[in-house]
Design a binder for this molecule. Structure first.
Ligand code: ADP
Ligand code: MG
Length: 360
């Protein structure tokens, strides 16, 4: 196991990158703490695989260094990094049996036969393939083959890190939950540093201690699920995490007061905000009211999603979402919204800012 340090790392697939937009991965400094389970979350094309492949050594970065426990491995081949990586699509040896596939990484390291047998049996149970151990991989479904790939990734106990690149994409939905649970258990039992790439927020939030959110080649926030929910560092995080995502209101900010349209909103401190300024308020913190206090709003429709209701409102021509409790009565004369205390984040040019004199 190892601490993985990214030092001034950046990558462009172009031979002569000229500007920031030429970089698939924008400059990044980060320590992946030894033994933590991370999720790397972001939409398709944001640079997740690029980052993972740099860590595993499949890709040499165009700038910066990768260190394992302080040792520079930037140009070291994958084999020297002692890493297990599982990809989106199965990588199995068709002519070998399931057992031989699972044993392969161990045989390669000349482990003794009894120990190989023990490990293979254990992993086969984790991926629910004990009954097929002596079947040839050829002829198995894509789903089963991917389980073998996962098993091969999990079979070694002595790796520096385990990297998973959207490994459950081709897995049947019922099995997804089961395998994710097994991965969590593996992390619990062995404490490997794990990086799990996904574009699915539920997967990220249930798997990881820390979620690394990427947007357009940049790491925009690293935090616990709770931090991402309560204090999104970037408007993208607010929008991407949560269902529905955070609402954004264009606002003029003057010290501790924000103006949204003709309404005035009191802030929790004094902000020096320049550029495009917005308030971010999650649907859970929007309160419906009637009368003359708050921001004018009109209910468009109400969606009952079981555990609660989602109220869609028109605020100044823009759709805003509010969450109401399942049993909550939504007054027909609702014509305003207000914000619950503690629910307002202030953004300048999409980045969250803190009040003057306050700690971040
Ligand atoms: P993700 O895994 O988040 O979907 P990728 O890391 O695969 O994103 O891709 C990030 C960006 O780099 C995308 O714009 C993609 O088109 C580009 N890219 C990925 N691989 C290559 C490559 N081998 N050559 C050129 N561009 C690439
Ligand atoms: Mg990818």
């Amino acid at each position: 196991m190892a601490k993985i340090t990214l030092d001034n790392l950046a990558h462009s697939y172009l031979p002569n990158p000229q500007q920031e937009s030429d970089f698939a991965l924008k400059e990044l400094n980060h320590d992946w703490v030894d033994g933590e389970a991370y999720a790397l979350l972001g939409s398709s094309g944001c640079g997740k695989s690029t980052l993972l492949n740099i860590i595993s050594g499949l890709l040499i970065p165009s700038q910066g260094r990768v260190l394992f426990d302080g040792k520079d491995v930037t140009t070291a081949p994958t084999a020297d990094r002692n890493i297990a990586q599982v990809f989106q699509f199965p990588v199995v040896y068709d002519t070998m049996s399931v057992r031989e596939n699972l044993a392969f990484p161990l045989k390669n390291r000349k482990m003794d036969t009894a120990e190989i047998k023990r490990r293979v049996q254990k992993v086969a149970a984790m991926i629910d393939m004990e009954a097929q151990l002596d079947h040839k991989a050829r002829g198995l479904t894509a789903d089963a083959k991917q389980k073998i790939s996962l098993g091969r990734g999990m079979v070694r106990e002595d790796v520096n890190a385990l990297l998973f690149d959207e490994p459950l994409t081709v897995i049947d939905p019922h099995m997804k939950w089961e395998l994710r649970t097994q991965l969590k258990k593996l992390h619990h039992d062995f404490g490997h540093t794990m990086i799990y790439v996904t574009h699915d927020q539920t997967e990220a939030l249930t798997f990881a201690d820390k979620v690394v959110v990427m947007y357009d080649g940049r790491v925009v926030q690293i935090g616990t699920p709770q931090e991402l929910f309560e204090r999104p560092a970037h408007t993208f995080v607010g929008y991407f995490i949560g269902s529905p995502g955070m609402n954004l209101f264009d606002a003029q900010i003057d010290g501790n007061v924000a103006r949204v349209g003709d309404a005035t909103v009191q802030l929790d401190g004094s902000y020096a905000a320049t550029g495009k300024t917005q308030l971010g308020v999650r649907p859970e913190f929007i309160r419906l009211s009637s009368g003359s206090d708050g921001i004018p709003a009109t209910i468009r429709r109400i969606e009952d999603v079981g555990r609660h209701k989602i109220v869609r409102l028109d605020v100044g021509g823009k759709e805003i979402s509010a969450v109401a409790a399942e049993g909550e009565n939504i007054a027909a004369d609702t014509n305003r919204i207000t914000f619950a205390p503690g629910g307002i984040n202030v953004y300048a040019d999409d980045w969250r800012i803190t009040p003057q004199g306050a700690a971040a």
